[in-house]
Design a protein around this ligand. Structure first.
Ligand code: NZQ
Ligand code: ZN
Length: 386
């Protein structure tokens, strides 16, 4: 087994009503001025903004609004947040939203503590923040698991790069599954597919032999598939929504990654696609995964065969290993269609072939992928995704 260190700094409060139950008391540990960060306005429509500002008021806090964090948050938005923090002497950041809001705040929290430009510091200087303004996260859209790690995916529009930047860990995360009830079903589906993708990207990494982390991963994948089907059929099913929300956190809280070198090649391709098209993350992944897997599966045929059997329940009888592996990838592609995700870039409205070369050429190549790709192969994969 590979050596590992496991420690987790994020305290999670899970369940219906957890914000009303715990937020006021949690805020007591921090200073007076709170940056209340959120997205394009969904929390104002669904009442969450009112609930949270009432708690902040009752806790005697001065609130500084940081609104309009867009899906696929930009580096310019990070700098806007950091300026607000400095100008208003903010003591604490409360991120209320999905992955985009939480990610943006992780980097605002770190940028606010250093005079250096954090992008340059990390990508040129290879230095990573070790101090940040304290923050908490209230999750309103699950899938990314962003609340449980300190990686943030930020789009640098000037450089045309969407990449992982390291920032703050939230001190606490509040996960109320009822907060997801107002999410458009399209986003529920895209988020849950992101969870499935995080599991797959870890499962198909290294080592080759099956580990405890892989077996837990299989359970999270089966759970996500089952509960997404349930939520699509019965959107009010709180038990299924709760499972999806916790599965999302499990995908990115490091447990599945213990002892693994993760793959995440599909994510690297999708992130650069996002840099060029601003596409929805889960949808981009859906268009890429089956094509990528058909390209690489022969390098890990045993693992893909196991995926078919353990995750999709495909009977191995009468199939050789390769046929079983391909049947698993077919099942994944069928599931993508079944849940209404786009099965191609064209379905997502991305038809401009000319950008695909730039996406491929600027995409990171990962060490954990069972087949180490080159940029030309990524270009070929992207063309097949059209
Ligand atoms: O902006 P508002 O108006 O709030 O609307 C949002 C947004 O349009 C809406 N929404 C969120 N909660 C809602 C709601 N609408 C109604 N009711 C609610 N309760 O949903 C839309 C999408 O939100 P967003 O936060 O962008 O979605 P998601 O959680 O999928 O986050 C995507 C971002 O996270 C990154 C992605 O690359 C992308 O930038 N990722 C972050 C990761 C991490 N930090 O660990 C890992 C992932 O792989 C991913 O890359
Ligand atoms: Zn993801």
């Amino acid at each position: 087994m590979n050596s590992f260190v496991y420690e987790y700094p994020v305290k999670v409060y899970f369940g219906e009503g957890c914000v009303e139950q715990h937020l006021k008391q949690l805020l007591g540990s921090y200073g007076k001025t709170v940056l209340l960060a959120y997205g394009g306005g969904s929390i104002r429509k669904n009442g969450i903004y009112g609930q949270i500002t009432a708690v902040l008021e009752a806790a005697g806090k001065t609130v500084v609004d940081f609104a309009g964090i867009m899906p696929n948050p930009t580096y310019a938005k990070v700098q806007e947040g950091a300026s607000l923090v400095r100008e208003n002497h903010v003591d604490f950041i409360l991120a209320v939203g999905g992955g985009s809001v939480i990610d943006c705040c992780k980097i605002v929290a770190a940028q606010a503590k250093t005079e250096q430009d954090i992008w340059e510091m990390e990508f040129s200087g290879h230095q990573y923040p070790h101090e940040w303004l304290p923050m908490g996260a209230v999750v309103t859209a699950s899938g990314t698991g962003a609340e449980m790690n300190n990686g943030a995916v930020i789009t640098n529009e000037e450089k045309k790069i969407k990449a992982g930047v390291w920032g703050a860990y939230a001190d606490f995360a509040l996960l109320d599954p009822a907060y997801t009830l107002s999410l458009p079903m399209e986003q529920v589906v895209s988020g849950a597919f992101d969870t499935l993708s995080h599991c797959m990207e870890t499962y198909f990494g290294k080592p080759d032999h099956i580990t405890l982390s892989d077996e837990i991963s299989e359970a999270v994948m089966r759970n996500t598939i089952r509960n997404l089907r349930l939520v699509i059929r019965h959107p009010q099913n709180m038990e299924a929504r709760s499972e999806l929300m916790w599965a999302s956190a499990m995908g990115e809280n490091g447990i599945l990654k213990i002892g693994k070198v993760t793959d995440f090649q599909a994510h690297q391709i999708e992130h650069q696609l996002g840099a060029y098209t601003d596409c929805n993350h889960g949808q981009g992944l859906a268009a890429i995964h089956p094509v990528l897997y058909r390209h690489i599966y022969e390098s890990a045929v045993g693992r893909f065969a196991r995926f078919a059997k353990e995750v999709w329940g495909i009977c191995p009888e009468g199939k050789n290993e390769k046929e079983l592996a391909l049947a698993g990838i077919d099942a994944l592609a069928d599931f993508i269609k079944e849940i209404g995700l786009p099965a191609s870039l064209t379905e997502m409205g991305i038809t401009d072939k000319s950008i695909l070369k730039a996406v491929a050429d600027t995409c990171n190549i990962t060490a954990g992928c069972c087949k180490k790709l080159n940029h030309d192969e990524i270009f070929e994969i992207l063309k097949k995704c059209l």
